[in-house]
Design a binder for this molecule. Sequence first.
Ligand SMILES: Nc1ncnc2c1ncn2[C@@H]1O[C@H](COP(=O)(O)OP(=O)(O)OP(=O)(O)O)[C@@H](O)[C@H]1O
Ligand SMILES: [Mg+2]
Length: 288
Amino acid sequence: MTAPAGDNKTPIVEFRGVTIRFGSFTAVSDLSFKVSVTPDQGEFVTIIGPSGCGKSTLLNAIAGFLKPTQGEALVMGEPVQGPGRDRGMIFQQYSSFPHLTVLQNVMFGLRLNRRKIGLDRSSMRSRAEELIAQVGLADHMHKYPGQLSGGQQQRTAIARSLALEPRILLMDEPFSALDEPTRLEMQELLVELWHRVHPTILCVTHSVAEAVYLGQRVWIFTQAPGQIAYDIMDCIPPSVGIPPLVAQERTEFKNAVYVVTEAFRRVSEGSTKDTAAESKPPEPRDST
Ligand SMILES: Nc1ncnc2c1ncn2[C@@H]1O[C@H](COP(=O)(O)OP(=O)(O)OP(=O)(O)O)[C@@H](O)[C@H]1O
Ligand SMILES: [Mg+2]
């Protein structure tokens, strides 16, 4: 797996005054932000906000599934024209091909992009097997999605996306259909993969604890039309190498959850009218 290229001056994702309307309904209004990459690491941004505030719409605009009504959505400095290999999308519902085995699902994307990736047949197969092992499915690679648990299906979707080495991974509530133990396992796997593979990740979740555990940066959206009310970074502790249940017991994690929960509460009550740049998250609680 390769790290993002060294150009850290151009944001990897940038919105400039993006408004998205569906008929007369405005889902996202005049949204501007930048997500940058450091020389060897993409950011991990988690996004929470009230239902219907435009989170999926935002991801769909980055993925190229829909175009802004006004403003510009840029990926690596270029306006998004449509979906591309540089962006992988993982949905809440499992999105693997039901008629293909785990191995065939992972090989599918590789095969489509074989020329661009520059791999011969046997290298493709080893790449696919390596990814399947990385997501813990080595013993299941010849099964079909219908023969897998929810967590295993979501691992397949992650492996399939990672096979293309996307610089940007877009995840829309990827673990919300999973039971709690599987969800915790997947959270740890994702943090570990992010640390190792270095993509930029934008991940929507409904869970504050999940947002704090996964992300380095948490965006809280306002009610529709969606705006970033809070962009919280400073108090989010690193979680690489720390299982979620261990992380959740730590004071800095609890403080971050408090800060994000309070900010989310304000947004849900509609009590923030500030713009993203002006908004300040609540102060962490004194833990002494
Ligand atoms: N294709 C569409 N046509 C009409 N309205 C749409 C369409 N897609 C989304 N909307 C509306 O835009 C708003 C934002 O939708 P979006 O799916 O982005 O919300 P969300 O923040 O992802 O919500 P949730 O947390 O429930 O998934 C919603 O009010 C939704 O009804
Ligand atoms: Mg959604």
